[in-house]
Design a protein around this ligand. Sequence first.
Ligand code: DSN
Length: 485
Amino acid sequence: MSANTAPFDAAAASTAYRSALEVIAAVEPTIAGAIRSELADQRASLKLIASENYASPAVLLTMGSWLSDKYAEGTIGHRFYAGCQNIDTVEQTAADHAKALFDAPHAYVQPHSGIDANLVAFWAILAHRVESPALEKAGAKHVNDLTDEDWQDLRHALGDQRALGMSLDAGGHLTHGFRPNISGKMFHQASYGTDPSTELLDYEKVRAQAKEFKPLVLIAGYSAYPRRVNFAKMREIADEVGATLMVDMAHFAGLVAGKVFTGDFNPVPFAHVTTTTTHKSLRGPRGGMVLCQPEYADAVDRGCPMVLGGPLGQVMAAKAVALAEARTPLFQSYAQNVADNAVTLAEGLKRRGVRLVTDGTDNHLVLLDVSGFGLTGRQAESALLDSGIVTNRNAIPRDPNGAWYTSGVRIGTPALTSRGFGAAEFDKTAELIVDVLTGTTPNPAPSGGASKAKYTIADGVAAKTHAAAAELLDANPLYPGLDLG
Ligand code: DSN
């Protein structure tokens, strides 16, 4: 792709993909067609979804192998199946890269997604903080050694713990203890919000809330908060109340890996347990990962079969390749460009009259409040999509339209920065977004008032935006030279 991405041999990659598609088409042509169409669609859309990116051909090709065919439940060197020597090599290589990249004492690379990584982390924290002391007290080595009475007591104790995380409308994630997710059924949950006037985290309020609620787990991290978090302060709060600090860095792991978030803003040295996905700003294959302090390592390594199915050898291998890419100076400059481009995008939107949640950004994402255009987030998301701009609607703090229609649109710079977009392209992107939002009006609802879903885009706006977006995309091709024939 561009100077922001790992170089690849386009002729070799073209040959590899053409051959692979030929083999696939001979069995199921629909699938070969969908693979081709997906590349065409990705090449032709202005992808601003903050959680998406473009993995390198090396990462993608690594996933298409017979590593997929091996069962390897357990951990490195301690499997429930014979013949796992190559999976051991793969998992060890990925874990070694992760430890070196993030300067982490321990890395567990098996989780299949961010949700899985969080589940591993929650169970590891419960195992370390609740189960182990109970076993010790009962003089038992294993849960099977407990009397029925002690086992019932332990089950109640496991189900009676508290977690404190960021509220959904402030940018927290569903897996941080909310009722529709299993984490909300595992823990008694409370959430902290942001300051009503600045929309920023107020650490003193979090501290006061933690002192009152006394959580076992303090969760930091977000999927829609456009700012850095001071993890030194969060650890201080956790220590004051005896909580385990768990940080979900799924969104900004690439900025940590690329040394944009350093010092107090790097969660890894402060969190007892850090979770992440590998496919967002980190630009690897779809998957998850857990980093932790040594005292949590044994419990984290029991992720499979505790809560995970067998590890995917082909995906762990692709994680190793992506993590190797992330250890290069090129990735560091990519990560810095992601953050710089987010500032350009935010400034471009503000200059053109858009209200941004927190009035800006210092990470990779920007959250637009589209209510000033008379639109819901859902209308804005759809109108932008009709015009060739891919975003997702998102609630804003204290959102009057709730989590379905919303008043916000979340956008991010990781993907288009991978494509080579810089300041000029992101400023133009801001202009296109504002043109579409200005040119869109809500339709009347059948019951009177304005529809929260239906809208009309003024004549010519979508076509003009498509054309301008195509110009930007053509000048910054995705996987340049990759030709599927
Ligand atoms: N799907 C991810 C995101 O878009 O933020 C998190 O669930």
